[in-house]
Write a protein that binds this ligand. Structure first.
Ligand code: F0G
Length: 465
């Protein structure tokens, strides 16, 4: 008998209490935080779905690995273990550890881009875009058109528009130093990219003599979707699928805080010897000697173990199913979200839920605040606060107004998800009374992290419709 209930494939050995607060306490906390969930004290949050990055629970094997970490400045045993793990999965020649993903981006773009260059990507994550733009280059998003329609089903909604890619390369000779594919496509709903799409992007890029880099943060989740949905992969292991997808690329940036199952860490990997040399020199400037790259030896050990735990089939089945389960609950309640559900998060479609809030009063931001005040749940806006401000200082609406509920790995159980569904059901009833916000203070770049807001109409939830 094959039973249908998918359980958390682990036992809990260590627990960390979470704290209940009252609505009045939360209202005070969010006011103090300038109506910015990033500025809340984590202790004032009940269920923290701000990010799946660095927030996962490590396994007993990872903790054991940490005890044998080698803290030598250069040539530590832990580095070679880390390098072997990354190489087994990705096959790349040069592997540079970094303290997290954006450090890999900064080193790569700092070494490969010049002003006016163009980097095509299915969709840049915010730090990736910021690192490209910091080099005065253009971060060009070219997802397939289906990606921008939250209601449209597509098995690989993270795919890149390959015709556009070809057009960009054709029309801009010498201006595209690399092509990037983000797996899964985080800003576009945590949606997977198919093997065929990666292979296609690789062929096109290589025809123009341009290397393909993979932003590999959630490569294991992406591999699972390929196994489940793409013809010819059902009998392959997630590791074999990952190996194949990396084989089409020339390098990768990775935040090990996601599918590295670690609390900190990342890497930059590539095959090109000359570029690697340039990157190593930059790494020494900012991160440290290339065999530790801003990490402790014990972090390298935790990642070396974690990368393979992320590829475990029982884990991936539970991981993807738990996100899908929340989607099913939300459907029952009538909360619109990006469908199908992605790998690490559910993305509420705030534009659809709150049509009475104009984009310049940031509907998704407002909804994330209501989620906190009513239920103690912290989420993140992926909308016009995060992406509305253009490099020239003007504003335009983001492609979508989303609230992301991102799940830390191996941290919350089904009852947390059930609680969340109950809160969302309650919030659904408040919808006509929810109002937007305005920005009162903002920094020039990556404003969502530190900007301060206030309710645009007196309160987040007004008394009367
Ligand atoms: N690329 C993608 C697709 C990401 O999702 C992230 C981080 C990064 C790069 C940068 O990695 O944080 O280690 O420097 N995403 C986190 C998130 C922060 O919440 O989605 P990092």
């Amino acid at each position: 008998m094959e039973f249908q209930t998918i359980i958390e494939p682990f036992r809990i050995k260590t627990v960390e209490p979470i704290r209940r607060t009252t609505r009045a306490q939360r209202l005070e906390a969010i006011q103090e935080a300038g109506y910015n969930p990033f500025l809340l004290k984590a202790e004032d949050v009940l269920i923290d779905l701000l990010t799946d990055s660095g927030t996962g629970a490590m396994s007993s094997r990872q903790w054991a690995g940490m005890m044998v970490g080698d803290e030598s400045y250069a040539g530590a045993r832990s580095f070679y273990r880390f390098e072997a793990a990354v190489r087994e999965i990705t096959g790349f020649k040069h592997i540079l550890p970094t303290h997290q993903g954006r450090a890999a981006e900064r080193i790569l773009f700092g070494s490969a881009l010049k002003p006016g260059d163009i980097v095509p990507n299915n969709t840049h994550f915010d730090t990736t875009r910021a690192n490209v733009e910091y080099r005065k280059a253009i971060a060009l998003d070219i997802p397939i058109p289906e990606a921008r329609d939250p209601k449209r089903y597509h098995p690989f909604k993270g795919n890149m528009d390959l015709e556009k890619l070809e057009q960009v390369l054709r029309e801009n000779p010498g201006r595209v130093p690399l092509v990037m594919i983000t797996i899964t496509n985080n800003s576009g709903g945590g949606q997977p990219v198919s093997m065929a799409n990666i292979r296609g992007a690789s062929e096109i890029a290589h025809r123009y003599g341009v290397p393909l880099f993979i932003d590999a943060c959630r490569f294991a989740e992406n591999a699972w979707f390929i196994k489940m949905r793409e013809e010819g992969y059902a009998d392959k292991s997630p590791l074999e699928i990952a190996q194949e997808l990396f084989s089409y690329a020339d390098g990768a940036t990775m935040s090990a805080k996601k599918d590295g199952m670690a609390n900190i860490g990342g890497f930059l990997a590539m095959n090109d010897d000359a570029l690697a040399q340039k990157c190593r020199n930059m790494e020494i400037l900012g991160e440290g000697f290339p065999t530790y790259g801003g990490l402790a030896g014990y972090d390298l050990e935790a990642i070396a173990v974690g990368l393979f735990e992320a590829l475990n089939e029982d884990y991936l089945r539970y991981r993807i199913r738990s996100i899908e389960y929340l989607g099913e609950r939300m459907k029952k309640v009538g909360i619109p979200f990006v469908e199908p559900t992605g790998g690490h998060a559910v993305y509420i479609d705030a534009r659809e839920l709150l049509p009475h809030i104009p984009w310049y009063e940031y509907p998704a931001w407002a909804l994330s605040l209501v989620l906190y005040v009513e239920g103690g749940i912290r989420s993140v806006e992926i909308g016009s606060v995060m992406f509305g401000r253009q490099p020239d200082g003007t504003e335009k609406p983001a492609a979508m107004e989303l609230v992301r509920l991102a799940f830390p790995r191996r941290v919350y159980t089904q009852s947390h998800v059930d609680y969340l569904a109950e809160v969302l059901d309650y919030i659904k009833g408040l919808v006509p009374r929810i109002r937007g916000v305005r920005i009162v203070e903002e920094p020039p770049v990556l404003r969502h992290f530190t900007a301060r807001f206030e309710p645009a109409h007196g309160a987040l939830v007004v008394d009367k419709e």
